[in-house]
Ligand binder design. Structure first.
Ligand SMILES: [Zn+2]
Length: 82
C-alpha cells in the first residue's frame, strides 16, 4: 500500500481523500422520505410508513457511497484508489 503518490499531470504530491460518490440530491430525498415515513407511524396510515422507511434507508445507504481516491494537492486531479 502506497503512502504517497506523484501526480501524473503536474508531478505534485497526491493525498488520500474520500469522495462522496453518491448524489447529494439522493441523500436529501432519502432523509425527506425517512422523515415522512416516521411521521406516518403516528397517523392512521402507519402501515405506509414501513415500506417508505425501508425505501428511504435504501436511498441513504446507496446514495451516500464513499469512494477512496488520490487527490493532487497542486492541480486537484483525481485518481481512483483500489
Ligand atoms: Zn497535479
Amino acid at each position: 500500500m502506497l503512502n504517497e503518490l506523484k501526480c501524473p499531470h503536474c508531478g505534485g504530491m497526491m493525498e488520500r481523500r474520500t469522495l462522496n460518490g453518491g448524489c447529494a440530491l439522493n441523500a436529501t430525498l432519502g432523509i425527506i422520505s425517512l422523515a415522512i415515513g416516521i411521521s406516518l407511524f403516528f397517523s392512521p396510515l402507519f402501515w405506509l410508513g414501513i415500506p417508505l422507511c425501508i425505501f428511504a434507508l435504501y436511498i441513504i445507504i446507496f446514495g451516500i457511497n464513499h469512494k477512496p481516491v488520490w487527490m493532487c494537492k497542486s492541480c486537484g486531479s483525481i485518481i481512483e484508489r483500489a
